[in-house]
Design a protein around this ligand. Structure first.
Ligand code: URA
Ligand code: CA
Length: 432
């Protein structure tokens, strides 16, 4: 087989066989297929798409490019949750301890944030002392004892995806359904969970801009998961405005603690209950979404979810005094209100732009090498649909330098005020 023939075949809209796809992924992983040929291939896939069979073959080839984690030593049905990316997405911080209170093992391998999106690892690390590194033995032991642990990616999980993702990032080929679906699912399958709940985001802050595209991505990933023997469900959720009120690592820890105390923002709690409900149904703890919500709410109301979060922080070396006195996490030097210049209703909060505005303060990374400042970020004072008066605060900036004018301007430009109230629907559907 020659790579050039396979590029040509896909360029002309042909359907690749399983063997051909394995040849491409093996060669790319080993380095016998160079980046320039892989770039051309990715661009052909971008334009010509792939069938479900091709996407499944691509995913499995990437799974087998590296280590496959064996979670057999962890008792119970291991359910993983994964979001396709968002702004201010605090759900994992709440869901991991909450679901664990029901005895459902949450063995979470999380990632870091890049660009306008945040990453769960960065958020946990905002708790002083909290470590996301542990040996596989300690990880298994932690999940067996506490039912929850969060770590960074261990070993060489789907290295073909690592290489291909970096290439896609610089060749304008990220936004392709077959490439996104195989990228995410290869890592989820290699990470060893028995069941997978996907949060497929849609809107300005997400890869998928329309509910139709998001539905196709969700359906594709659910098919792949099921074909690989992992029960998979996908929730399609809105990411046109940031989730909850806090965007920034320490600020989101504080938001998660509020949520675990039962005082979380309405949209965050709704998504927590929908995703958590799917997780505990897959784990066999609840049989309907109505029942699941009652069970999950009870664990928040009786304080056990917050207690589980404390145990998890202590187990991973974090200083639990920050959980008991969350105001200690609010250390940014400058706090500034962004004041509305016009009255009306907030009709849009453009998520990706608000994510970038927070990144400019140091809450995120523009490139992989950037370091982040856990203290900085943005707290929204209004959400879409809220009424606003002139001079009232739209948002609060937490900054560590006085140089936050660009962030302030971006917030003003991207919190759009109109004359009539509007409404966003958070959950667009559930697939699988
Ligand atoms: N997240 C991934 O891991 N891969 C993609 O392609 C997109 C989002
Ligand atoms: Ca948030």
């Amino acid at each position: 087989m020659r790579m050039v023939d396979l590029i040509e075949k896909k360029r002309d809209g042909g359907i690749l066989t399983k063997e051909e796809i394995h040849f491409i992924i093996d060669g790319y992983t080993k380095g016998t297929i160079p980046d320039y040929q892989m770039s051309a291939f990715a661009m052909s896939v971008f334009f010509k798409d792939m069938t479900d069979e091709e996407i499944t073959a691509l995913t499995l080839a990437m799974v087998h490019s590296g280590d496959i984690i064996d979670l057999a030593k962890i008792d119970g049905v291991k359910v993983d949750k994964h979001s396709t990316g968002g702004v201010g997405d605090t759900t994992t911080l709440v869901l991991a301890p909450l679901v664990a209170t029901l005895g459902v093992p949450v063995a979470k391998m999380s990632g870091r944030g890049l660009g306008h999106t945040g990453g769960t690892l960065d958020k946990f690390e905002a708790i002083p002392g909290f470590s996301i590194e542990m040996t596989e033995e300690k990880f298994v032991e932690s999940v067996n004892d506490l039912k929850v642990a969060v770590i960074g990616q261990t070993g060489e999980l789907a290295p073909a995806d690592g290489k291909l993702y970096a290439l896609r990032d610089v060749t304008a080929t990220v936004n392709s359904i077959p490439l996104i679906a195989s990228s995410i699912m290869s890592k989820k399958i290699a990470a060893g969970a028995d069941a997978i709940v996907l949060d497929v985001t849609v809107g300005e802050g997400a890869f998928m801009k329309t509910p139709e595209e998001a539905t196709r991505l969700a359906q594709t990933m659910v098919n792949i998961g099921n074909l690989a023997g992992r029960q998979t469900k996908a929730v399609i959720s809105d990411m046109s405005e940031p989730l909850g009120l806090a965007i920034g690592n320490s600020l989101e820890i504080v938001e998660a603690i509020d949520a675990l105390k039962g005082n979380g923002p309405a949209d965050l709690m709704e998504l927590v209950y929908v995703l958590g409900g799917q997780m505990i149904i897959l784990a066999g703890v609840a049989s309907s979404m109505e029942e699941a919500k009652v069970i999950l709410e009870a664990k928040i109301n009786d304080g056990s979810a917050l207690e589980k979060f404390r145990e998890m922080v202590i187990n991973q070396g974090g200083d639990v005094s920050y959980i008991d006195q969350p105001e200690k996490l609010l250390t940014a030097k400058y706090k500034t209100q962004v004041l509305a210049k016009q009255a009306g209703y907030v009709s849009q909060i453009v998520a990706d732009k608000i994510g970038i505005a927070a990144m400019l303060l140091g809450a995120g990374r523009a490139t992989k090498e950037d370091t982040i400042d856990p203290a900085v970020g943005i707290i929204l004072k209004k959400k879409v649909g809220d009424k606003i008066e002139i001079g009232e605060s739209l948002a609060e900036i937490h900054a560590n330098t006085e140089d936050y004018q660009e962030t302030l301007d971006m917030i003003l430009d991207n919190m759009i005020i109109s004359n009539s109230p509007s409404h966003t629907q958070l959950i667009h559907g559930i697939i699988g």
